[in-house]
Design a protein around this ligand. Sequence first.
Ligand code: ZN
Ligand code: ZN
Length: 699
Amino acid sequence: MRATGRAVRLALGTALLCSAGLGSMWAAPAYKTKHVFIVVMDGVRWQDTFGDPTHQFIPRLWNDLRPQGCLFTNFYNNGITVTRQGHSTLISGTWQRASNGGARLTMPTLFDYYRDETGAPAEKCWAIFGKGAYAFAPYSSFPTYADKFAPQFVCGGKDTPWNEQNADGDRGVLEKVLDVMKTDKPDVVFVNFGYTDHAGHRAKDVAEYQAAIRNCDELFGRLWDAIQADPYYRDTTTVFFTNDHGRHTEDFHGHGDSCEGCRHIMLLVLGPDVKKGTTVDTPALQIDVAPTAAELLGIQTPLATGRVLTECLAEPLSLNRKEAVTDTARQAVALARLASRDMLRTAGEYVVKSMTIDQVPADLAGELLARGMLRAARETGDQRFLDWAIGWIEAHKTKEAPAGLPAAGAMLDLPPEKLTDYLPTARAVGDALLAAPDALPQSLPQRTAQLWAGVFLGRLAKAARGRAYADSALARLTHALAMPSPEPSTLDGAVDLLLLGQAAWCFPREEAVGKAYLVALARSLAGMKEVGGLWADPTVSVLNVFAIQAASEAGVLRGLAAKPAKTAPASPILDALTPWELAAALGGRVAKRPEAARKTLSTLIATRARQQFPISVELLKYNVSEAGAYADGSAMTQGVFLLAWEQPAWSYGGDSPWPPGKEPSQKVAAGRGGRQTGTQPPRRREQPGRAESGQGKED
Ligand SMILES: [Zn+2]
Ligand SMILES: [Zn+2]
């Protein structure tokens, strides 16, 4: 067995002390705690638990457990107050944004740190969830960890005894926990009791929600009793009883915003190292649970942003110093440092330093790189980036077609004061294309070349307000769309989608273009590594991301609903898809019921290309090298990365400032399901899914 960080430190410490003549009696300081349980009562407000002066719904927690532990009276979820974020935050010690039903959490978990550092097998870590797979992903998308240290995991479903449907479902969760305590003797256990939240959403009468709390309170008591009755766990186990989020202060049905009721939640800690019968009023946050659990286990949480809640410890030992003590952790910390750079500046500087103008030929890739540099110049204000792009345009500009196409395509992205100088040249290239409809770049497949020329003419029509350019653009695009399309999720497929996305940006209301884009988009989304993430090839990923951004900026994805509700606004393009086109999009046979296929398609695009999209964009950052190259650093990938990269931004809370009017101190109007959207500060471009960030399903 390999030496773990902990063992090495211990051995080293012992050796030093022995050589100093202090004898062999010395042992590394450690807590009595050897096992940790984090146990969640889903979606219950502080005002319904410890904040209720009568404590009528939590007799076990109040009368039996509280005197044995430490109660935090100012414990908050300051992130996005829905189930998946709450649990992801509890287990990672970082604010998380993954929506229900969507992308994985983005940072490593307590399971990762524990298994990596101790060498423990998977069955020593268990996540038992009463809610469905939409509510939690047991491992993250963080590259160095990914699924290497995943825990054992079960989640609720209609055919499982543990589920969120009723009080029996919660009892099923407890049974499952007791079961694995006997069979696997896990050391890190994460449990979700889901019925309380389900009852809150569904109940007509608040009494049903209150009864669910009371039921769960009893189960918490039984779990603690079972731990104390088991020789493996007795007096060596610390339990964190908590919530993922609360519910609106004014209306218990819903949750998901920044009101006091949604954010103020319970934290009761019990265990052999915890002060008994104490109350802590200092503010504590949901990100603090994982670092505190790690402290008690004597392991490190190098990437967690929370703190160790020493207030509840009888004798704090400062074991969790957030150091990277394993190879995986060291790689992770290095990667996190690289990923925290100003990416547009970093990637732009890579081009300035490593890619001379004459190395980048006049082709589609060159055009995209020059456009990427213009975007980076616009965003960062870095004059060198603008100079590079203009230098490249100058080196390759000509009024001929198709030779002048790449430089002319780049010219259209110049800042207005420069565009005035170059527009006549771009128009000359457009006129040459009008005069010679068969003139096409020779190096590309026919369809790609025709799409590229069509996109250029479409962009020129917007810049120069020329009807003739628009007509010619549409003629070329229509011609191209009649040709067979490449396989999705390949490089050719991604280039095709990128051009279709640009075409849809030029002509958002043109049915043929929109349909071709939606079909190609759906085919490529099906090839994602997993729901709400990226594709296996980083170049394919960045091209697809830009294709989604371009089209959604023009509103093409509007009307595709995450919840295909009756009230969802119609998408005329979606409605126009024929049964054959729907079959092509979904990779299946012609549907007997096209409406059902339409719904499937709408949901696929809504969840992966809108709702989860900010996470997909965020994950791009892990493909940027120390030098600043995205993936292979070719002109195409570097250029499209410069076009596509967005600094991740929060809807509210977490590590970011709260938008005006939504600060926690402010009373937020909280109606049933009251979504807090549309208060974003204006952004450079409409981010698909931004409005729904964290709002897939209100659970
Ligand atoms: Zn929840
Ligand atoms: Zn609320």
